[in-house]
Design a protein around this ligand. Structure first.
Ligand SMILES: Cc1ncc(C[n+]2csc(CCOP(=O)(O)OP(=O)(O)O)c2C)c(N)n1
Ligand SMILES: [Mg+2]
Length: 1012
């Protein structure tokens, strides 16, 4: 039976061009196979077949314009499937018409009901905290206890929720609190006990503490300028140790490994542990913060500097939390796409309480809950201090964080009090101890730990007679021993155990600790702790005694490291624990297989002229990605990342084709379900649609770009964004991505100060290439034509994903439509595109006067036009060079210059710029749609007169033509400045330049655009 395949609903578009036929007559096809590609002036999209069968006839050819309902193919169907015209849902108009009709009907049929406003009962207001009827309160509380006893917590929770709902329905607006009392979340009887040997673990922890501090002190004794931190790790040692001994599973042959984001300033503790584990030696510890010579240890976690050790850069505070969230989300993405196994791996992130002030730290916690990231655990080390002083002197950071995280839907586990408090809390029959705990602010808690037991007795327990009585039998020493939860391995173990078993939501462990724990009077809990990097002899002796480190006084004076014998119980234990957990952490390895770059001809269609057809480079890129999705090696590895701009870039076709990742699939029928590019969310979706969230999108890009090491699978992230909201918005993350050795593409779309018309000052990017140039492993290009883009992109795929070079690409694409020429046949063209410049046109008719034009991006076209005018109207010859990357040219120039200076006795090498331009005639005029600094970068590397044009100044909204005139980069200015340059070089008379100024009505009194 012959079926007709028609053009489906393609939204608002009509007369859309057929640009590719993907099938032939006689070919067998399956349902969903793409049959043709159509392209509007904004986007290209493949039309899939809705029928399986053999193609009888093709009714369209390339270049035809089609609209909804037009016949594409006749197919003899192989089964009883219905044709597209039958299966596509009714179109929007019909749906609306139907809905309106039924609405009218309903309105007629509906009996008029009078809404009786029920008089709202008075809103309950809590006027004072006092209990006006303790007897009644007691009855309620007893009932609740009975429910908990008989039916459990869940039932109690349900009843409370129902009570609140009922009160709300009755009009009582009960003030809502996200907070629980200032005590541990896990009751003592629910604590899971560790089966570790607590004595050995304590001894190991003490040695790690000592060696970490010794490392910092020794480095600073030698070179006081080096710096370092002792207080951060001192407060967090137990938090790390429990994880290392019992929870964190390393990557090995059988398991992908947990991913741990260590707090940047705690790095000395990780080195000290690696020393005991035998992974680092004494010489390396002594090279802490001295990295210039090989073998030194980096100040903080930097994968670039210690590529076999550190996995995640975290020291720029606030980035760690966000990166960890997106890492956990990306792990689920890989699992849901079937690219990695679900092995129950976890992402742990260690954060400072001060760090939580960074907006980025909390910025993505909503996403973590929404996406149900139960593979994510935050541990916030609440030592109550940051660099200058208390994090919340007048409040309570733990309670504040609890409220925020609970509000966002996280599982919150507070670890506030250590085991020594257990009996006191059990005996707190009047509730005054908890009351005091609730009332005491962090400034007081901090001050208490900087004093002594007597002070705590007076200031804390002395507040109420009941609490004073509670500790009457304790000595001051006992009171001093009352420990904080984050220093108690039992409490930490119980919290980690619960956290790692939690299902359905991310967990935050909020642990209370003491900054500079054990550092004595000069370090512990004092405001200056953070920057303490030297300990005098008394402090060192105190530290040794405090943690029972088996060193003699003399050894302490020499600040010696302590490492027990290989056969000691400590070393055996530490190694055995890690063996049980699969290996060492942190460790950075990669076993990812390379991705074979697509065949050279995959982009061949982009090497041919588009004729009269106009197209933007953004669209060319989308076409290219569509091609890539047909390459079986590359397609599954592409990770398109978009912060709510797919339609801006003409990428909405990707929604249907590869789906938008959504961990719960799509629970609704999308409004545009009848259309070809309808919004399709899928559990196995490939596109990461990040919403208006460049920082999140960049975090996803980093997670995908480091897949090759963190998940042993090479992926190709392509993050497309408004170029103005690129590096300047997420510059710090780009730096972290570079440090992490991410591989992938960043596409600065709608780029250029004058190319993005209309949008104005905050949208028009005239400097992103300069920002990109600051990152050493970022390779950037500003191509003009589609074949340049194709050559660059394929080379990027090859370098990064086949040859595994640790670089990443920044490519700008534009939204200006223009025709694209054939790729020049010259064999060196491809090399030139990649190196940064090649000759694209030569005007050689008159052989009198010549000028060299260097143009990049869309401004290259203004230069070609300007060159043509100069030839035709002024008899001036020129050579026009397409500069695909001033940045890459400068890098080459820098290197050559350095070589020549260091080899004064050798023959001088030539920079690539010099090789291209050295023997040419005439001065150089260079221009781009970026600040002059962009093209000025290569000025030193060519021995010729060099002038530049650019778009320095604030952008503003107007047409492209007006903007280019304003910034003096249009063809008229190219001609005029070109003549002026030649006059200045005394190659022509100045009158020609003057005439051009008049002819083009150029106002010589207009101030520099930078001043407007
Ligand atoms: C983005 C950023 N801003 C500032 C700093 C400098 N800095 C380093 S540590 C620190 C205080 C850290 O306090 P907290 O987060 O509480 O960590 P703690 O050492 O107390 O565990 C500051 C301000 C930084 N590393 N990163
Ligand atoms: Mg802190």
């Amino acid at each position: 039976m012959t079926e007709k395949l028609l053009v489906p609903d393609i939204g608002d578009f009509e007369n859309v061009e057929v640009i590719e036929l993907l099938v032939k007559e006689g070919q067998e096809i399956k349902k969903n196979d793409p049959v043709v590609t159509i392209e509007s002036d904004k986007s290209s999209v493949e039309i899939p077949s809705t029928i399986s069968g053999k193609i009888e006839s093709i009714k369209v050819k390339i270049g035809d314009k089609v609209s909804k309902g037009d016949l594409l193919l006749n197919i003899s169907s192989s089964n009883q499937e219905t044709s597209l015209s039958k299966v596509i849902p009714k179109d929007t108009e019909n749906l609306i018409a139907e809905a309106e009709n039924s609405l009218k009907k309903n309105q007629k049929e509906k009996p008029q009901t009078k809404i009786i406003e029920k008089e709202k009962s008075q809103i309950i207001q809590v006027l004072k905290e006092g209990d006006i009827d303790p007897l009644e309160t007691n009855e309620w509380l007893e009932s609740l206890s009975a429910v908990i006893d008989q039916d459990g917590n869940q039932r109690a929770h349900y009843l409370i929720k129902e009570l609140i709902n009922k009160a709300y329905m009755e009009g009582a607006n009960i003030p809502y609190t996200q907070n629980t009392p200032y005590i541990n979340t896990i009751p003592v009887n629910n604590e899971k006990k560790s089966n570790g040997d607590q004595n050995i673990e304590r001894r190991i922890r003490s040695l790690i503490r000592w060696n970490a501090a010794a490392m910092v002190v020794r480095a600073n004794k030698k070179f006081p300028e080096l710096g370092g931190h002792i207080g951060t790790f001192a407060s967090a040692a137990t938090l790390y140790d429990v994880g290392m001994n019992h929870f964190w599973r390393a990557k090995n042959n059988n398991f992908g490994g947990d991913l741990i984001y260590f707090q940047g300033h705690s790095a000395p503790g990780m080195y000290a542990r690696a020393f005991l584990e035998g992974r680092l030696n004494e010489k390396q510890l002594d090279s802490f913060r001295q990295e210039v010579n090989p073998g030194g240890l980096s100040s903080y976690p930097h994968p670039w500097l210690m590529p076999n050790f550190w996995q995640f850069p975290t020291v720029s505070m606030g980035l760690g939390p966000m990166l960890a969230i997106y890492q956990a989300r990306y792990m689920k993405y890989l699992i849901n796409r079937g690219l990695i196994k679900d092995e129950g791996r976890k992402v742990w992130a260690f954060l400072g309480d001060g760090e939580m002030d960074e907006p980025e730290s909390l910025g993505a916690i909503g996403l973590a809950a929404r996406e149900k990231l139960d593979n994510l655990i935050f541990v916030v080390n609440c030592n109550l201090q940051r660099l200058d002083g208390p994090v919340r002197g007048n409040g309570k950071i733990i309670q504040e964080l609890e409220g925020i995280f609970r509000g966002a839907g996280w599982n919150v586990i507070k670890v506030i009090w250590g085991s020594y408090w257990d009996s006191l809390l059990a005996n707190d029959k009047t509730g005054h101890l908890v009351k005091t705990m609730n009332e005491t602010v962090d400034g007081e808690y901090q001050a208490m730990k900087a004093r002594d037991g007597a002070y705590v007795r007076e200031k804390f327990f002395g507040k109420y007679p009941e609490t004073k009585e509670l500790v009457s039998s304790l000595s001051d020493k006992d009171i001093w021993r009352l420990n904080r939860g984050g220093h108690d391995p039992h409490k930490v173990f119980a919290a980690y155990d619960k956290a790692s078993k939690n299902i359905g939501s991310p967990t935050v462990v909020i642990a209370k600790t003491i900054k500079g724990y054990g550092m004595g009077k000069t370090g512990e809990s004092v405001n200056t702790t953070h920057q303490t990097k030297k300990l005098d002899i008394d402090d060192l002796m105190y530290y040794r005694d405090r943690f029972d480190v088996p060193l003699t006084d003399k050894q302490v004076q020499n600040i010696e490291y302590y490492k027990p014998d290989q056969n000691s119980s400590e070393i055996k234990y530490i190694k055995e624990r890690r063996l049980q957990l699969g290996g060492f952490i942190p460790e950075r390895t990669t076993y990812a297989k390379p991705i074979k770059a697509p065949p050279k001809n995959i982009f061949d269609n982009m090497k041919e002229s588009t004729g009269k057809k106009e197209m933007s480079t953004t669209m060319a890129l989308v076409r290219m990605l569509t091609n890539l999705l047909r390459d079986k090696n590359v397609a599954p590895r592409l990770v398109p990342i978009i912060p709510d701009e797919a339609r801006t870039f003409g990428m909405e076709g990707f929604f249907q084709k590869i789906g938008i990742y959504a961990h719960e699939g799509q629970k609704y029928e999308p409004e545009d379900s009848a259309q070809l590019s309808s919004y399709k969310e899928e559990k196995s979706g490939q596109v990461l649609e990040e919403g208006i969230n460049e920082a999140g999108a960049m975090s996803s890009w980093i997670a995908a770009g480091t897949s090759y090491t963190n998940h042993d699978i090479e992926m190709i992230p392509i993050y497309l964004f408004y170029s103005m909201f690129g590096f300047q918005r997420i510059g710090d993350l780009a730096w972290a991505g570079a440090d992490s050795q991410s591989r992938g593409f960043l596409i600065g779309a709608t780029a250029g100060r004058t190319t993005l018309a209309g949008e104005g000052l905050q949208h028009q990017d005239g400097h992103s290439h300069l920002l990109a140039s600051t990152i050493p492993n970022c390779i950037s290009y500003d191509p003009t034509f589609h074949y340049e883009l194709a050559v660059i992109f394929r080379d990027g795929l090859k370098r990064m994903h086949e040859k595994k070079e640790n670089v990443f690409y920044y490519i700008t694409t534009m939204n200006e439509n223009y025709p694209h020429p054939d790729m020049p046949k010259d064999k060196s063209c491809e090399e030139g595109i990649l190196k940064g410049m090649y000759k694209i046109r030569e005007f050689n008719k008159y052989k009198k006067t010549k000028i060299q034009f260097l143009g990049s991006g869309t401004i290259l076209r203004e230069m070609i036009d300007g060159a043509e005018i100069l030839q035709n109207e002024y008899q001036i010859d020129s050579e026009v060079w397409s500069v695909t990357s001033f940045n890459e040219l400068r890098r080459d120039g820098l290197e050559i210059e350095r070589y020549n200076l260091l080899n004064p006795d050798k023959e001088a090498k030539k920079s690539y710029v010099e090789k291209c331009l050295g023997k040419t005639e005439g001065p150089i005029l260079a221009a781009s749609d970026y600040m002059r600094m962009n093209s000025d970068q290569i000025r030193p590397y060519v021995n010729k007169s060099f002038y530049s044009l650019g778009t320095d100044g604030f952008g503003r909204s107007d047409t492209r033509k007006n903007l280019r005139r304003f910034f003096e980069v249009d063809k008229e200015h190219v001609v005029t400045y070109g003549l002026s340059v030649l006059a200045k070089e005394q190659l022509i008379a100045s009158k020609y330049a003057k005439e051009a100024i008049e002819k083009y009505k150029i106002d010589i009194n207009k101030p520099m655009p930078t001043k407007l």
